[in-house]
Design a protein. Structure first.
Length: 264
């Protein structure tokens, strides 16, 4: 379902695509903020700054402002949010809030916004698919990695990786998923400018990073005591449940590609 949304986004007007992906960031941030037990009542008044950061981040992506895009949330917002918390004057558990709010912003906005920036990347000589092809590639590979790891785990899984966090994650599913994802990515490299070797190494990176994103969000849900982050998508949970892997694979994939092909 999520892959379908991004497929549609690649054929829309670029501005509409940016708004659509930005809306996913907004919904994911709202979900995690609403269920978090580590956010104080006073902090909810600071969340407005997190929501306001979304259009700013996506505008930087739309206008190809790479340096501002890269530093706005990790540096400026990481300074601004703690300062706003200090101005509220409530010091009890303020250190925890200074960690939780920026982390939520990084996960739901900074990470996901790299998908939008892919659409701003120019065409390369001999590679006409451009950023749209790259977006389709990373979304499809990430989603297939989730499916493959689940399938192999169900079929052959015996040895659990981190049973206290995600009991269904097994070494058999993890390894089988990585291998299958890499094979599929190798044959889909026509969507990218990658050589065969590059496709294999990048798909390996995406598969491992996708697993990390999945278990990180699983740990957050286990801490909260919830199975899903929401019920936005009936039968599939919330938005963050669907983009947990993408929140980490997107920046890793983007910066590998950017450094290989676009950084002059």
């Amino acid at each position: 379902m999520m892959a379908t949304i991004f497929v549609v986004a690649t054929v829309l007007d670029p501005a509409i695509s940016f708004v659509a992906i930005g809306a996913l960031s907004f919904m994911a941030l709202r979900e995690i903020a609403s269920i978090s037990k580590n956010v104080r009542e006073e902090d909810r008044k600071i969340l407005i700054w997190c929501y306001l950061a979304i259009p700013v981040q996506y505008l930087f992506a739309y206008y190809k402002q790479y340096s501002l895009f890269l530093t706005f949330i990790p540096i400026f917002m990481h300074l601004w949010i703690p300062f706003m918390l200090v101005l509220r004057g409530v010091t009890e558990n303020i250190g925890r809030s200074m960690s939780v709010l920026p982390t939520q912003l990084m996960l739901t906005v900074f990470g996901v916004s790299h998908l939008a920036f892919l659409l701003s990347l120019p065409e390369l000589e001999g590679f006409k698919a451009g950023g749209r092809g790259l977006l389709l590639f990373v979304v499809f590979i990430t989603e297939m990695n989730d499916v493959f790891q689940f399938t192999w785990g169900k079929m052959f899984g015996r040895y659990k990786i981190i049973p206290k966090i995600s009991p269904n994650k097994t070494w058999e599913g993890f390894i089988g998923g990585i291998i299958t994802t890499t094979v599929v990515g190798y044959f889909l490299r026509f969507l990218t400018p990658f050589s065969g070797t590059e496709a294999v190494l990048i798909c390996l990176s995406v598969a491992v990073t996708g697993f990390i994103g999945d278990v990180v969000v699983s740990a957050i849900k286990r801490d909260i005591g919830m199975k899903d982050t929401g019920n936005t998508i009936p039968g599939h949970g919330g938005i963050l449940d669907r983009i947990d892997s993408l929140a980490l694979t997107a920046p890793v994939f983007f910066h590998i590609v950017y450094n290989l092909y676009y950084l002059q």
